[in-house]
Design a protein around this ligand. Structure first.
Ligand code: FMN
Length: 189
């Protein structure tokens, strides 16, 4: 069995984050070929290009963490119809210094939860645009817009609704297939 390492970003820094709960659910239903590690974003300073001459340890750790995985998964809230600033800051760090963009050829998938019915759809479009510029091949479908209603998940990520459970299972199975395809045909940098 070929295994793939997946680094996942949780776009929320909140201790009660519903997206963190969603990330737990995704890890539970993922196929055994996928191995996960979180790529933390909360300790990164705010990026500016003065850092490019000598990246601080937090920036280097982020880039090393992405280099060590075969693919990245973004589980993010929607903030004001876009992605939270903390997540955008992390992506900006990873994309630089110029010429060392960590997302080049790195397969990605995007999913998120909100209490509202459109389930982070607008934020995901915004994130997809950023990832396109960062040259990350993205899983186009399925799209994962999760409306987080009370009781749908237990705090440790058990899914109580069979339809949602199946959807998330299929989402992760498709992600595994996507990673397999991309890493077979695209050289990793
Ligand atoms: C600054 C801010 C902006 C928000 N903007 C949106 C929004 O544009 N769309 C939406 O569906 N929910 C929005 N929300 C509500 C979030 O979906 C909700 O707080 C959710 O729990 C955040 O995810 P988290 O629990 O993983 O942090 C916003 C919340 C905050 C704090």
């Amino acid at each position: 069995m070929t295994t793939y390492k997946v680094g996942y970003f949780v776009g929320s820094l909140s201790k009660d984050s519903i997206n963190r709960i969603l990330s737990r659910a995704l890890l539970r239903v993922a196929p055994p070929e996928l191995e996960f590690q979180e790529i933390p974003i909360k300790d990164l300073p705010l990026y500016n290009h003065d850092f490019d001459a000598d990246y601080p340890p937090e920036g280097r750790a982020l880039k090393d963490a992405i280099a060590a995985v075969d693919a990245v998964l973004f589980v993010t809230p929607e903030y004001n119809r876009s992605i939270p600033g903390g997540l955008k800051n992390a992506i900006d760090w990873a994309s630089r210094p110029w010429g060392t963009n960590s997302f080049t050829h790195k397969p990605s998938a995007v999913i998120g939860a909100s209490p509202g019915k459109i389930g982070t759809a607008v934020a995901q479009q915004s994130l997809r645009s950023v990832l396109s510029f960062c040259n990350s091949p993205q899983m186009n479908a399925p799209e994962g817009y999760i409306q987080f209603v009370p009781g749908l998940f237990t705090p440790d990520g058990e899914v109580t609704d069979p339809t949602t459970q199946q959807f998330l299972t299929d989402f992760m199975a498709d992600f595994k297939t996507f990673i397999e395809r991309v890493t077979t045909v695209l050289p990793q940098r």
